[in-house]
Design a protein around this ligand. Structure first.
Ligand code: FUC
Length: 779
C-alpha cells in the first residue's frame, strides 16, 4: 500500500480539503407566463404521487399521477409451441436466410395476442386533472391583466409556485407533493382579505366518476384490464381548508368564496398491491389536514433534501440566471451565450426527477418517469428493456442516490418467474429471459413483431443495473439477494447459446440488435440474426459477474467453472468490420439505416467496461468511428447515449456538443424516430414526445465527464470540456467501491480532492493524468 506521503497533491490538501461549497447556482425553472402546453407544466412528485400545475390565472390544470396506475392485468402470452420452431429458425439463420427466419418468427415465435398493442399488456395512464377555475371579483375578462407574473419550480425544495398581482391584490400559490404526509398540497393566498374565489373539480379522459361526500370531492374509477378480471381501481380525494370565507360542495365540485387563504389537500391511491387503498387515502388526507402548512412544508423539504443535498455542483463562468427558462434555452442555443449554470441546472434536474419519480418499495420511473397527461401514453409509458429503463437508472449510483435503484431491482425480481416460463416456451431453456418490453404485470414474452420484439438482451442488460448497485455500494447482503436473479439470467444464456458453424463461437439465436436492421446479400432487410454484438457483450459481462459473485458468496462452483469455460467460446467484446467500425452483427452486414438511433453494439463501451481507450484502443477507435457515422442527432435518449459514449472515449468537448443537442428548445410532440430530441420549456426531454430517459441519460453523461471508475481506479475529470475548464467544484459524487468524492479544479487541473469511504482503504486515483495509490479518508 502506498501511503499519503507519496501523493502528487500535497498531503495537506487531502487532509484539510476545504469544502463544502453548497450548491450556489440557483436551481430554478422559471417562467413569466402560465404554461401554454402540457410540456411547460412544472413536474412535482414524491416517488408515488405526481402533480403538474399549469399556473393559469383564470383556470388552472394540475395533471395528477400515481406511479402505480396502470391498465391491463397479469397474463400468459407465451406461445408454448414456439420452441418446436426453434431449430427451423436457427437453420434458416445459419443458411443466411434471415428474411425467411424473420417471417417464421413473426408467425410462430412472437407473443400470443396483441402484445404491447393493447390490454392486458396495459399502459401507465394519467390519473386525471385537478381543475381550478378562479373568479376575480369585480374584474371583467378584458381587464384581467396580471402584473409581475412569476411561475417557478425550486429544485432544492421540490416546491412550485405561481404569483402575480391583479387589480392591486397579490395572489400567490405554492404546490408540492409532500415527502411528509404523502399527499399533494396547494396553498393559495391573497394579500387582501376575502379576495379568493374559486371552484375545484376533477376529471379524466375516461373511466371516472366524481362526487362530493360532505366537503370532500372524490374521483374514482376502474381501468380496462383486458381480461375477465377487474381492472385497477383508483381513488382521488380533495379537501379544502380556508382562512376566512366558505367552502361549499356541489354535486361534483367544491366552491370557495371570500377566502384569504386556502389549502387544498389531494390524497390519491390505487389498489395495486394495496387492497385497503381507500382507507389509506382517507387516512393520509386526515393526517395532512391536521398538520399546519408550515410544519408540513418543513417536513417535506427536510425529507426531500436528505437525498437532494448529498451532492452539489458548481461550475465557474457566466450564468444566465436572470432569464426565464424558455429564454435561457433560446439564448444558450441561438445566441450561443455561455451559461454554465444551465448544465448544472439540467444535471441537478435529473437528480430531482429521480427522487421525485420513484421510491423504495414502489415502482421504478417508466418512460415518462411519473408524469403522464394521457390515457394512451406513448409506447404505453412502459418499461423498455432495450435501453430506456436502464438509462433511467444510469445516474442513480454515481450521483449519490443509490437507494433509488432498488425499485428496479424489485421489478426485475418479479420477472424471474414469468421469465422462466418464457425461456421454456420459446427456447426450451433453463433460467429466465425477458425481451424488449415489460410492465408492472411481469411481461417477459417477445414483443409482437420480429423486427424489434425478440432482442435476447433485455434480461441480461437489466442485470447490469443490479450489478452497478453492488459495485457502487459493495453491499454483500444485496449481492446475496440479487445472485439468484443474475444466476438465472446466466443460466438462460448458458443453455440457449448455439454454435455458429462458420466461426465456431457460441451465440444467441434467434435475436436482434435492438430495433435495428441490416441488408442481406439478396437486398432484403432483416433484423432477426444470431449473436448480435450486444448479446455477446452482455453474456460476457454477465458471466464474469456471476463468476465473481459465486466465488464471493462461496456458491455454485460447478456452474462457475462451466461459465469460465464458456467465456472462451463466445465472440470477443468487439470485432472490427471492413469499414473500420465496430461490427453490430456477427456478420459484416451493411446497416439498413446507417444513422439508426440505437447504438447497441457499443454496450461494451458503456454501461459495460469491456471497451476502454486504455485497455482496448483499437476497439475504442472502432467505436469512435461508429459514432462518427451515426452523427450527433436522434431522440434525446440517443443523443444522451452518444454523449456518454464520447465521455467514455475521453472526449469532453464532443460530449458537451451532444449535451447542447439535448438542450435544444422544442415544442414538438409528434412521435419521432430519427433526428429530433431537445427539451421542452419545463426541461423535460423530448424524443419527441416527452420521454424522461433523455433527462436521466444527460445527468449520467455529465457525471461521466466529471468522474469515471469502471477500470479499477477512479479518474477525476476524465472528459472535462474546454468550457468548464476555468474552474468548478463537486461534492458528494460517488465512485465504484463505495467511495464518495469531493474535488475542485482550476484551469482544467484538479487542485484539491478528497476520497472518502466508510472504512479507510487503499484506492487508485488518476489525477491530472497520473495514476497514484492512496488511502481513502473516513467518511
Ligand atoms: C425504443 C426507441 C424509441 C423509443 C421507445 C420508447 O423503441 O427505439 O425511440 O424511445 O423505445
Amino acid at each position: 500500500m502506498i501511503l499519503l506521503s507519496r501523493l502528487i497533491i500535497p498531503v495537506a490538501f487531502m487532509l484539510f480539503y476545504v469544502s463544502t461549497l453548497a450548491q450556489q447556482t440557483p436551481l430554478k425553472i422559471r417562467f413569466d407566463e402560465p404554461a401554454a402546453q402540457w410540456e411547460a407544466h412544472l413536474p412535482l412528485g414524491n416517488g408515488r404521487l405526481g402533480m403538474m400545475p399549469s399556473g393559469g390565472v383564470t383556470s388552472e390544470k394540475i395533471t395528477l399521477n400515481d406511479i402505480t396506475l396502470w391498465s391491463g392485468a397479469p397474463q400468459d402470452a407465451n406461445n408454448y409451441k414456439a420452441n418446436e420452431k426453434l431449430e427451423e429458425i436457427r437453420q434458416l439463420i445459419i443458411q443466411g436466410r434471415n428474411d425467411e427466419a424473420q417471417d417464421l418468427v413473426n408467425k410462430e415465435f412472437v407473443c400470443v395476442g396483441p402484445g404491447s398493442g393493447d390490454e392486458p399488456f396495459g399502459k401507465f395512464q394519467t390519473m386525471g386533472d385537478l381543475d381550478i377555475s378562479y373568479n376575480y371579483k369585480g374584474i371583467n375578462a378584458e381587464s384581467l391583466k396580471p402584473v409581475g407574473y412569476n411561475r417557478e419550480l425550486l429544485l432544492n425544495e421540490a416546491v412550485a409556485s405561481t404569483s402575480f398581482e391583479l387589480n392591486g391584490v397579490n395572489y400567490s400559490r405554492e404546490y408540492f407533493t409532500s415527502f411528509g404526509d404523502d399527499v399533494g398540497i396547494i396553498r393559495l393566498t391573497a394579500d387582501q382579505p376575502g379576495m379568493l374565489d374559486f371552484e375545484v373539480s376533477m376529471s379524466r379522459p375516461e373511466r371516472f366518476q366524481t362526487t362530493t361526500d360532505g366537503k370532500i370531492l372524490k374521483m374514482s374509477g376502474e381501468l380496462e384490464s383486458g381480461t375477465r378480471e377487474m381492472g385497477m381501481q383508483y381513488m382521488a380525494m380533495v379537501k379544502v381548508k380556508v382562512m376566512d370565507g366558505t367552502v361549499e360542495a356541489s354535486e361534483n365540485s367544491l366552491k370557495v368564496k371570500n377566502a384569504t387563504e386556502a389549502i387544498l389537500f389531494l390524497s390519491a391511491g390505487t389498489d395495486y398491491k394495496n387492497p385497503d387503498f381507500i382507507t389509506k387515502t382517507e387516512e393520509l388526507l386526515e393526517s395532512a389536514e391536521n398538520r399546519s402548512y408550515k410544519a408540513q412544508k418543513k417536513q417535506h423539504v427536510k425529507n426531500f433534501q436528505k437525498y437532494f443535498n448529498r451532492l452539489s455542483l458548481n461550475l465557474k463562468g457566466p450564468e444566465a440566471n436572470s432569464l426565464t427558462t424558455d429564454e435561457r434555452l433560446r439564448s444558450f442555443m441561438e445566441v450561443n451565450t455561455s451559461d454554465n449554470g444551465l448544465p448544472v441546472l439540467f444535471f441537478q434536474y435529473g437528480r430531482y426527477l429521480t427522487i421525485s419519480s420513484t421510491r423504495v418499495g414502489l415502482l421504478p420511473p417508466n418512460l415518462q418517469g411519473l408524469w403522464a397527461n394521457q390515457v394512451q401514453t406513448p409506447w404505453n409509458a412502459d418499461y423498455h428493456l432495450d435501453v430506456n429503463v436502464q438509462m433511467n437508472h444510469w445516474p442513480v449510483e454515481v450521483t449519490n442516490l443509490s437507494e433509488f435503484n432498488l425499485p428496479l431491482t424489485e421489478l426485475v425480481r418479479g420477472l424471474v418467474e414469468p421469465g422462466e416460463r418464457t425461456a421454456k416456451a420459446y427456447y426450451n431453456a433453463e433460467g429466465w429471459v425477458a425481451h424488449v418490453v415489460t410492465n408492472i404485470w411481469g411481461f417477459t414474452e417477445p414483443g409482437e413483431s420480429a423486427s424489434w420484439g425478440l432482442s435476447n438482451a433485455g434480461s441480461g442488460w437489466v442485470c447490469n443495473n443490479l450489478w452497478q448497485h453492488y459495485e457502487f455500494t459493495q453491499d454483500k447482503e444485496y449481492l446475496k439477494s440479487i445472485y439468484p436473479i443474475l444466476k438465472g439470467s446466466a443460466e438462460f444464456y448458458n443453455s440457449v447459446m448455439m454454435r455458429d458453424p462458420q466461426t465456431g463461437w457460441l451465440v444467441t439465436a434467434p435475436s436482434v440488435s435492438p430495433e435495428n436492421s441490416f441488408v442481406l446479400p439478396n437486398g432484403n432487410h432483416a433484423s432477426i440474426c444470431m449473436g448480435p454484438t450486444i448479446d455477446n457483450q452482455i453474456v460476457r459481462e454477465l458471466f464474469n459477474n456471476v463468476i465473481f459473485a459465486s466465488g464471493e458468496l462461496g456458491l455454485d462452483e460447478e456452474f462457475r467453472n462451466t461459465l469460465i469455460l464458456k467465456l472462451d467460446q463466445i465472440p470477443p467484446a468487439g470485432r472490427i468490420g471492413k469499414d473500420g467500425t465496430l461490427m453490430e452483427w456477427l456478420r459484416d452486414y451493411p446497416d439498413a439505416d446507417a444513422k439508426h438511433r440505437h447504438i447497441s453494439h457499443l454496450y461494451g463501451l458503456y454501461p459495460a467496461n469491456l471497451i476502454t481507450p486504455d485497455a482496448t484502443p483499437k476497439l475504442a477507435e472502432a467505436s469512435r468511428k461508429v459514432l462518427e457515422v451515426k452523427g450527433d442527432d436522434g431522440p434525446s435518449w440517443a443523443i444522451a447515449y452518444k454523449m456518454i459514449y464520447w465521455a467514455r472515449l475521453l472526449d469532453g468537448d464532443r460530449a458537451y456538443k451532444l449535451l447542447t443537442g439535448i438542450l435544444r428548445p422544442t415544442l414538438d410532440t409528434n412521435i419521432n424516430y430519427g433526428a429530433g430530441g431537445g427539451v421542452y420549456p419545463n426541461l423535460l426531454s423530448a424524443g419527441p414526445p416527452f420521454q424522461i430517459d433523455g433527462n436521466f441519460g444527460a445527468t449520467a453523461g455529465i457525471a461521466e465527464m466529471l468522474i469515471q471508475s469502471h477500470s479499477g481506479y477512479i479518474e477525476l475529470l476524465p472528459a472535462l470540456p474546454d468550457i468548464w475548464k476555468t474552474g468548478g467544484e463537486i461534492n458528494g459524487i460517488k465512485a465504484r467501491g463505495n467511495f464518495t468524492v469531493n474535488m475542485k479544479w482550476e484551469n482544467g487541473r484538479v487542485t484539491d480532492y478528497k476520497i472518502m469511504s466508510p472504512d479507510q482503504k487503499p484506492v487508485q486515483v488518476k489525477v491530472n493524468g497520473k495514476l497514484i495509490n492512496i488511502v481513502s479518508s473516513k467518511l
